[in-house]
Ligand binder design. Sequence first.
Ligand code: THU
Length: 133
Amino acid sequence: MTTLEQLFTAALEVRQKAYAPYSKFAVGAALKGTNGKIYTGCNVENVSFPCGTCAEAGAVASMNADACRLIKEIVIVADSQTLITPCGACLQRLAEFSDSKTKIHLANLKGVQKSCTLTELLPMSFAEKGLKK
Ligand code: THU
């Protein structure tokens, strides 16, 4: 069984692999899918700035590549004075693969500092029902 501590360690480890030569801001994300497996991602920047991808996007892509579609919990870690939350685009990415029980853990290098739900971070996400005309 994976503990929150193990998930945090995985996020910390993948953060070391971040490619962030422009912002110099490394981010790591480790999520546990409902299949019990851990998927990780780090931010990967690009000289054409908008082409860069966030850590969460990498972890979500990796989970999907393993045919898992639901996040049980995710740890996002960065070294920042203020605790970072996923950016707006990543909140929407996480919303696609979360349910009301999915936990989002916000961490600094010392450990998880705050845990919340996606609804708390993104109360009015764009949802599939919005596609209905
Ligand atoms: N970043 C993430 O990877 N995840 C977040 O939740 C916030 C921001 C990255 C994007 C960019 O490479 C760097 O952090 C600075 O914004």
